[in-house]
Design a protein around this ligand. Structure first.
Ligand code: DX5
Ligand code: ZN
Length: 230
């Protein structure tokens, strides 16, 4: 995987032409596919499940599929997503009866495991499980819908999460999800993110390649300027 990873959220894709739209966004330079699962219970919206994940695989998509579970409870659906072709499975700690068990289940089935933190959720959930985690995902909007504005306090939380990763000496990706656009992605990268989940910024634009290239350019420029200032 690239050092900086752009992961389009297919919540904003055209569901009537999902296979084509995913093929197009991957051909435009996306690194992996972010797959939002909502149950109308943990979050006030209802989206897609393992059947759609399997259909994407059957269509011939080989890219990494990053499943973001916004469901409660968590564990029962994990094996279904593994069978359906998921590579990374992340869940919200508040939605699991036993975080350790859910992480172990994901890992035992051969997937990478992640914890997702809502804007008001403390990073303290990481304290005893950081050695089980492959990805930390910070929500920069309240989960449930695409097209919301980036919550600025995420930048400070990113710096804190980056420090926890550094102290753990582990190779953990730090992802941000929600409200990422060309005009804020640089600041998000400087705050410590390496994985950028974006839905509407990419899929609501005619030219996916242009947006993804611009995102990479903004990250590179911000990082370079940050080096010079330091
Ligand atoms: C929100 C989802 C996000 C969402 C991002 O609950 O987890 O992945 O699709 O969409 P944008 O980039 O439009 O905020
Ligand atoms: Zn998501």
């Amino acid at each position: 995987m690239q050092q900086y990873c752009i992961a389009p959220s297919i919540l904003s894709a055209d569901f009537a032409r999902l296979g084509e739209d995913i093929t197009k966004v991957l051909a435009s330079g996306a690194d992996m596919i972010h797959f939002d699962v909502m149950d109308y219970h943990y979050v006030p919206n209802l989206t897609i499940g393992p059947v759609v994940c399997q259909s994407i695989r059957n269509y011939g998509i080989n890219a990494l599929i990053d499943v973001h579970l916004m469901v409660e409870p968590v564990d029962d659906i994990i094996p279904d997503f593994v069978k359906a072709g998921a590579n990374i499975i992340s869940f919200h700690p508040e939605a699991s009866h036993d975080i350790y068990r859910s992480l172990q289940l994901i890992k035992s089935l051969g997937c990478q495991a992640g914890l997702v933190f809502n804007p008001a959720t403390s990073l303290s959930y990481l304290e005893y499980v950081i050695d089980k985690i492959d990805i930390i995902l910070l929500m920069s909007v309240n989960p449930g819908f695409s097209g919301q504005s980036f919550i600025l306090s995420t930048l400070e939380k990113l710096r804190q999460a980056r420090k926890l990763i550094y102290d753990s000496k582990r190779n953990i990706r730090l992802a941000v999800d929600g409200g990422i656009k060309i005009n804020n992605i640089g600041a998000i990268a400087i705050a410590g993110a390496d994985t950028f989940i974006a839905g509407s910024a990419i899929f609501d634009h005619m030219d996916y390649k242009y947006i993804i290239n611009q995102m990479r350019y903004e990250i590179a420029i911000a990082k370079e300027n940050n080096k010079i200032i330091k």
